[in-house]
Design a protein around this ligand. Structure first.
Ligand SMILES: Nc1ncnc2c1ncn2[C@@H]1O[C@H](COP(=O)(O)OP(=O)(O)OP(=O)(O)O)[C@@H](O)[C@H]1O
Length: 222
């Protein structure tokens, strides 16, 4: 569970948000929406402990692992790692044989879960946009998170590929009770996949019923 009470954030004199109150329960599939610059990334950074709050309270069990899938960035064609090596980057280096065997099993399971088993030897730089995004997801799943934050991870991918990725996340949400926080500017994906929506407006955050989410909430400038 993640709970905010009167949470506020300022950068110097700039107020980003205030009076933010919410409870995110285990297994929620939640969208975080609002115009550019309204504070979505800042809020998740606070949740991940990467940014300080300016006021209020945030209750997060930091023992629960949070996985983060960043905004999609293309990777250079001569990036030196293949898909499996890239996913492995999140593992702690160990000399213990037992731990290495366990790690290999874990990698295998995660590559299977994300549909990357057959592609594991493909250089990441040559993978398609969707495959790269799956590799980011696989890397985030490596530490067996209880909460997964997708930061507009599906932007700049085509519709079919976006849906594939979201279907995968939905499966993890349903089967493993993974909590999902999806930062998005995508109306259709919000409607199709998320069960709750938190909307940034007028420097605060409000819960809206997903059935009441409208396209104008995604106007980039607000
Ligand atoms: N480290 C920082 N120092 C100063 N201002 C910052 C910093 N990080 C973010 N901001 C400002 O805080 C506001 C919120 O930014 P944030 O990135 O959280 O918005 P967002 O809702 O994620 O936007 P977008 O939809 O464009 O990704 C913006 O005005 C941004 O310029």
């Amino acid at each position: 569970m993640i709970q905010a009470k009167n949470l506020a954030k300022r950068f110097g004199n700039q107020l980003v948000f205030q009076n933010v109150n919410f409870t995110i329960n285990d297994g929620d599939f939640l969208s975080l929406i609002g115009p550019n610059g309204s504070g979505k990334t800042t809020l998740v950074k606070i949740i991940m402990g990467l940014e300080k709050k300016s006021g209020g309270e945030l209750l997060v069990d930091y023992k629960q692992v949070i996985g983060y899938v960043p905004q999609f960035r293309n990777i250079d064609i001569d990036y030196p790692l293949n898909i499996e090596q890239f996913v492995r980057l999140n593992l702690k280096f160990t000399l213990s044989r037992k731990k290495r065997r366990q790690d290999n099993e874990l990698i295998k399971t995660i590559l299977e879960k994300t549909g990357l088993s057959k592609l594991k030897d493909r250089p990441l730089g040559l993978a398609s946009g969707g495959e790269k995004q799956k590799a980011y997801l696989a890397q985030a799943l490596l530490n067996e998170p209880k909460v997964l934050i997708l930061d507009e991870s599906t932007a700049s991918l085509d519709v079919e590929v976006k849906m594939q990725l979201m279907d995968l996340v939905k499966e993890l949400n349903e089967k493993e009770n993974l909590t999902v926080i999806f930062i998005t500017h995508d109306y259709d994906l919000t409607k199709k996949y998320t069960h709750r929506a938190l909307f940034f407006k007028d420097q605060t955050l409000k819960e809206v019923d997903v059935s009441d989410v409208s396209e104008d909430m995604f106007d980039m400038g607000g």
